[in-house]
Design a binder for this molecule. Structure first.
Ligand code: PLP
Length: 385
């Protein structure tokens, strides 16, 4: 790892060794199914309950409102499909979803899937920084609106959405409000009791926890129907033998994320500001995409480099051991320009010049200096016009 400068923390983060240590026994000697009834299994049940309690306390919600899942994608799908099905089970004709065109594909494609089933989806307009206007949320609300889903922080451009204001509107109209907070965990203090949120998605591997585990907060009383049938785990809301090592890791990672939040935020903000200032100063063709600080994630810097192919820049930087991305690991290699950048009104050509740098706990000032010393040469090497 020391050989690389890793600036792609929005794609995934390295597992914290402390987190790994808390997980390890549950892979080996403490392997028991928490639903079995002998003593060591019941001890695992208590461990599971304690992990749920930790997550609930940190988020300021009830333990019964936490559903453990396999990660951000499942939580997002479960939120959208679960709430839609929940209204239907109540016999209510609520067939309208409000979301944004800049969501992660886990929300966007779940919304598409619902559209294919006859639901109607409103995609709110965004400004040139990717922010939505809460007034547009209010205008989009209909008598049959079932759910509003707006992300907390954008993975590609770092823009923060006004979720507190949207929550107030949703609450006023009695419409459930979901947010994908996957990028925000560990960087923004999420206090759900203060936010008028009904559902929230998190994924452990985005905050130094393990891959393949996440959670969905589901406020008590929100219309909801399980989307994975089977055992009675997670209070019949998500069947499947619990991923106890993963859940223990998630709880530890969330605890550390909250404990170190201010320090981590200060650390990445300082380096990120230096990175943005350095890039803008050295490269006149660079344009910051997304919102200016403080309306963006503290660890996030994303740019378009006019006249230069973004993929070429990535390859050029990788020659120097610098790892970053065009904006979305999930869409990498696809020939389509980013749906987020095109939603901002960027033309396809410009959208293909995008490069994203996302910093983490272990990022150093020397690494940012190194990037800044190399970037101009790499960018200028690939200028086409
Ligand atoms: C990474 C990410 C997801 C998907 O999470 P997984 O755990 O990888 O499925 C969803 N939303 C956002 C904003 C993300 O950054």
């Amino acid at each position: 790892m020391a050989d690389f400068i890793y600036l792609d923390h929005a794609a995934t983060t390295p597992l914290d060794p402390v987190v790994l240590a808390t997980m390890q026994p549950y892979f080996t000697e403490l392997f028991y199914n928490p639903s079995s009834h002998y003593a060591p299994a019941e001890a695992n049940r208590r461990t599971l309950d304690a992990a749920r309690e930790v997550c609930a306390t940190l988020l300021n919600v009830r333990p019964s409102e936490i559903i453990f899942t396999s990660g951000g994608s499942e939580s997002d799908n479960l939120a959208l499909k679960g709430v839609m099905a929940g209204w239907k089970n109540l016999g209510m004709e609520r067939r309208h979803l409000i979301t944004t065109p800049v969501e992660h594909h886990a929300v966007l494609y779940a919304a598409k899937n619902l559209e294919e089933q006859g639901y109607e989806v409103t995609y709110l307009p965004v400004d040139h920084t990717g922010r939505i206007d809460p007034a547009h949320v209010e205008q989009a609300i209909r008598s049959d609106t079932a759910l509003i889903s707006v992300m907390t922080a954008n993975n590609e451009i770092g823009t923060l959405e006004p979720i507190a204001e949207i929550g107030k509107i949703a609450h006023h109209y009695g419409i459930p409000f979901h947010t994908d907070a996957v990028q925000a965990a560990g960087l923004l203090a999420l206090d759900l009791a203060a936010l008028n949120l009904d559902l929230l998605s998190l994924s452990a591997h985005k905050f130094y926890g393990p891959r393949g585990v996440g959670l969905l907060y589901l406020r008590r009383g929100t219309p909801f129907a399980s989307q994975i049938q089977g055992g009675s785990q997670e209070r019949h809301r998500r069947a499947g033998t619990e991923n106890l090592p993963g859940i223990v890791g998630l709880a530890t990672a969330l605890r550390l994320a909250y404990r170190d939040l201010e320090e981590n935020k200060r650390h990445v903000t300082k380096l990120r500001d230096k990175l943005i200032a350095g890039v803008v100063e050295r490269l006149p063709r660079a344009m910051l995409t997304g919102a200016e600080p403080p309306l963006r994630l503290p660890n996030h810097a994303s740019f378009c480099f006019r006249g230069v192919n973004g993929e070429a820049i990535l390859l050029g930087l990788e020659e120097y051991g610098i790892l970053c991305s065009s904006g979305s690991a999930c869409a990498a290699g696809s020939t389509e320009p980013s749906h987020v950048l095109t939603a901002l009104g960027l033309d396809e050509g410009l959208a293909r010049t995008a490069v994203r740098f996302t910093l983490g706990r272990t990022t150093t000032a020397a690494e940012i200096e190194c990037l800044l010393s190399i970037l101009p040469e790499v960018v200028e090497r690939f200028v086409v016009g």
